[in-house]
Design a protein around this ligand. Structure first.
Ligand SMILES: [Mg+2]
Length: 408
């Protein structure tokens, strides 16, 4: 078995884009924030800022205390998407990309001679050079090479920033031992808890679990099997990823912190979530509404969920959300969010649904088309009027907005 994968992770992505586009920020501690407010938190920090302890999730207020000279920059999601596409092009000029995993992560599969370690390292260097040349010198990345995706990602994590790391079968398992359980991709807080309950606290102990013990920890023979092989570098086929929910939320600017203001922002979020749902080819079976209130500096949360017939049209989702909205308690809304759950891909849905539903779906698709053709705000439901400045494009690390999807 050779080196099958090249994993690429951009370093401090949003902050690096800002330093690339704004030369005056280069070499300086930079934090990117979703909006300019002391109550928000950093969504990215440059390496210069990380040295002061500023990281993703640090509150702006705390970040300023840690690093008084910190440059605080408002996020420009559209630029991050534009540069993301430039990076894809640069990588693709060296190797075909097998999967884009997030706005700053992608993976390539190596073939034939490319799997030879020296050749894989050469390609890794070429990918980095292509990004520097075609996108810019501020765009540093960590490249990991490994026998499977899991180990290639671990290799990429091992040296940041600007790493190029090879993890071969002969390096296993000792080179992975110094990592913590949470450093392993796929081990989140709940899996870590489960491992702790089974007396596993280190990666070394994790490696010593048998197939049977792994199956017991995961409560599934299939998962136990997959983990046993993943740790040992087997290149198992990836399970197709399937979305389980889709959500959008927004912290309300002060001017929208009222009953009507919040409701109109919420309508816009529903509109956007519904457009994404159709774009990705899913139907939703439940709608959840989240509201956070701001009363006497205390933050109070409220949420409600309702099951519905599989739907994907904006009007049904809007009506359902507004029905939930009427149940919410009194208070000054501070943040609103909507989550569509129980998603089913169109391909698994029995078709046709009721006549009335079909008409609504056709209407929604016609609106999507008009918005694509005439601009994001060409057609929308009346409830959203005048909120267009409020809900800015947001980027989560785990999904990349499509440029042709209405930014509403
Ligand atoms: Mg990254």
């Amino acid at each position: 078995m050779g080196i099958n994968y090249l994993f690429l992770d951009m370093n401090s992505y949003f902050a690096s884009v800002e330093q690339q586009l704004r030369p005056e920020l280069r070499g300086k501690p930079v934090a990117v924030v979703p909006m300019l407010a002391e109550t928000t938190c950093c969504i990215a920090a440059s390496y210069e800022a990380k040295r002061f302890g500023v990281k993703t999730g640090t509150l702006v207020h705390d970040a300023r205390l840690l690093c008084p000279r910190l440059e605080i920059v408002e996020a420009r999601p559209k630029e991050y998407i534009r540069i993301h596409h430039q990076i894809l092009q640069a990588v693709d000029s060296v190797l075909p990309i097998e999967a884009v995993l997030s706005i700053d992560e992608m993976v390539c599969r190596l073939m034939g001679r490319e799997k030879v370690p020296t050749e894989a390292l050469r390609l890794g260097e070429q990918v980095k050079q292509a990004i520097y040349r075609q996108v810019g010198l501020q765009m540093r990345c960590s490249v990991g090479l490994g026998p499977n995706r899991f180990l290639a990602k671990i290799a990429a994590e091992m040296h940041k920033p600007d790493g190029l790391t090879l993890l071969q079968l002969s390096d296993l398992p000792h080179r992975v031992y110094p990592l913590t359980l949470r450093d392993l991709p796929g081990i989140g807080p709940s899996m870590e808890q489960r491992l702790l309950q089974h007396g596993v606290t280190t990666v070394e102990q994790f490696y010593q679990l048998s197939l049977l013990q792994l199956a017991q920890v995961w409560g599934s023979r299939v998962h136990g099997f997959a983990w046993w092989h993943r740790l040992r570098g087997t290149d198992l086929p990836e399970a197709p990823t399937r979305r389980r929910s889709l959500s959008h939320s927004h912290v309300l600017p002060p001017v929208f912190r009222s009953e009507t203001g919040a409701r109109s922002v919420l309508s816009r979020l529903v509109h956007r979530a519904a457009a994404r749902l159709r774009h990705e080819g899913y139907w939703t079976g439940s709608v959840a509404l989240f509201v956070r209130f701001l009363d006497n500096s205390q933050k109070r949360k409220w949420d409600a969920r309702i099951r519905i017939q599989p739907s994907q049209d904006t009007l049904t989702l809007l009506r359902t959300t507004l029905r939930l909205w009427q149940q919410k308690p009194e208070g000054t809304p501070f943040k609103v969010g909507v989550a569509l759950g129980s998603l089913t891909p169109s391909s698994e849905l029995s078709w046709p649904l009721f006549d009335q539903d079909q008409k609504l779906v056709h209407l929604a698709r016609a609106m999507d088309k008009a918005n694509r053709k005439y601009g994001p705000q060409a057609v929308y439901f009346a409830g959203m009027h005048r909120t267009e400045q409020s809900a800015v494009t947001r980027i989560a690390f785990n999904r990349i907005p499509d440029l042709d999807l209405p930014d509403i």
